[in-house]
Design a protein around this ligand. Structure first.
Ligand SMILES: [Zn+2]
Length: 393
């Protein structure tokens, strides 16, 4: 079974802020393992927690603490994902679902963030929430220790360190971890290309994954590693590392494919308007048939400029009849056209900055051959960025 299949079998358990929360079936196995790990630890060993030295506990107490602590840890993962989801929503991105899977969680977004700043904010929201949970839990543990409430102390102690681990681990600088997305936002801002940034952050993700796997191997074979459950921890690190490796490899591959997608693959046939067309004709005859927010102004495939509908807002209605497309268009300039062989990646960035959100496509004879509209890229082109998004931890 491929790792991607992990996502497929899941049930909806709740709706929070209108967002469906789904749980992977394998998640229950991990839940049971975590309960067993914590309770067997509490039953079998003397645990040094804060200033307390806890003797091995009675089985019932240990099991109850194991269940409550595990539930708390999984709620923490959910809180982490919810923080991503709410920040994404604040940035205007719709959330499809939150999934809790065996290796953590995922807030799946409908689209990519618009700019590096949004990407950065969404990425750091999760670890920031985990840090806050960690501080609150450790403070609660401190209070419980002062009051001598041992059971409460155990729960908050585990929750505090668990959340701290969650925050720090997720900040490792490799995609698909949050730290990798922070890195992606920084590279995106620096070089102006999201595909290049995704590819570099994905390569860092491969390195992080390899490190996590090696760490797991080290725990397994190190002679004096004093972890309570070295075999479990080692195997778990290796599994998480393999999961990250698989995801990062897919991200790099997608980014490589995306780099090869050209404007020619994504453009639509150009629906051009003649320079002499009046605005009345445009609005009455043309617009009902072609729902676009801008049009190339051309005659016999020769481009004169781009007419953006928003530019018409300033034009009083009584002047529509006497005004021609050429009077209100934005005259041709390098920021308004590309060639079919230009990468879509470059064209996307240009569309964001050129003020009309679209580009005319001109061949090497200077003829208008197509039109590119940021909201209407053809399916093959649209798909490329989205797969990577699905892998966010
Ligand atoms: Zn996260």
């Amino acid at each position: 079974m491929s790792i991607a299949d992990f996502y497929k079998s899941r049930i909806t358990v709740a709706k929070v802020y209108g967002i469906p929360v789904r749980i992977d079936y394998r998640w229950f196995v991990v839940f049971a393992l975590s309960v067993w790990l914590i309770s067997s630890n509490l039953q079998s060993y003397v645990n040094q927690i804060s200033s307390f030295s806890l003797p091995p506990m009675a089985p019932v107490t240990a099991w109850i603490l194991g269940i409550v602590t595990t539930a708390g840890l999984f709620l923490s993962v959910f809180g982490h994902e919810l923080a991503h989801a709410l920040m994404a929503r604040a940035e205007g991105i719709e959330i499809e679902e939150i999934v809790l899977h065996p290796f953590g969680g995922l807030a799946r977004m409908r689209s990519e963030p618009e700019n590096p700043r949004a990407e950065f904010r969404i990425a750091v929201a999760g670890p920031a929430a985990s840090f806050v949970f960690a501080l609150l839990a450790l403070a609660a543990a401190k209070v419980a220790a002062l009051g001598g409430y041992v059971a409460t102390l155990v729960i908050f102690f585990f929750l505090g360190w668990g959340n701290l681990l969650l925050a720090v681990f997720n900040l490792l600088p490799g995609y698909p971890l949050d730290g990798g997305r922070v890195l992606r936002a920084i590279l995106w801002r620096k070089h102006g290309s999201i595909t290049h940034a995704t590819r570099m952050a994905g390569i860092c993700g491969l390195l992080v994954a390899a490190t996590v796997i090696l760490f797991g191997v080290y725990i397994l074979i190190a002679p004096n590693w004093r972890a309570a459950q070295p075999y479990f921890m080692g195997a778990w690190s290796i599994l998480v590392g393999l999961f990250l490796l698989d995801t990062a490899a897919r991200i790099v591959k997608d980014a490589n494919n995306a780099r090869q997608v050209t404007v020619g693959d994504a453009m639509s046939p150009a629906v051009a308007i003649a320079p002499e067309l009046t605005i009345t004709q445009l609005i009455d005859d043309f617009l009902p048939l072609h729902r676009q927010t801008s049009f190339p102004v051309a005659l016999n495939h020769e481009l004169f400029g781009i007419l953006a509908l928003e530019d018409l807002k300033a034009l009083p209605r009584e002047r529509w009849r006497l005004t021609h497309a050429r009077d209100v268009m934005r005259p041709i300039a390098p920021r308004f056209f590309v060639e079919p062989s230009t990468t879509l990646d470059y064209a996307r960035e240009l569309m964001k900055r050129n003020g009309v959100g679209s580009l005319a496509v001109i061949n090497n004879h200077g003829k208008l051959v197509g039109y590119l509209h940021s909201g209407k890229l053809r399916p093959r082109a649209r798909r490329t960025g989205k797969k990577a998004r699905e892998a966010t931890v």
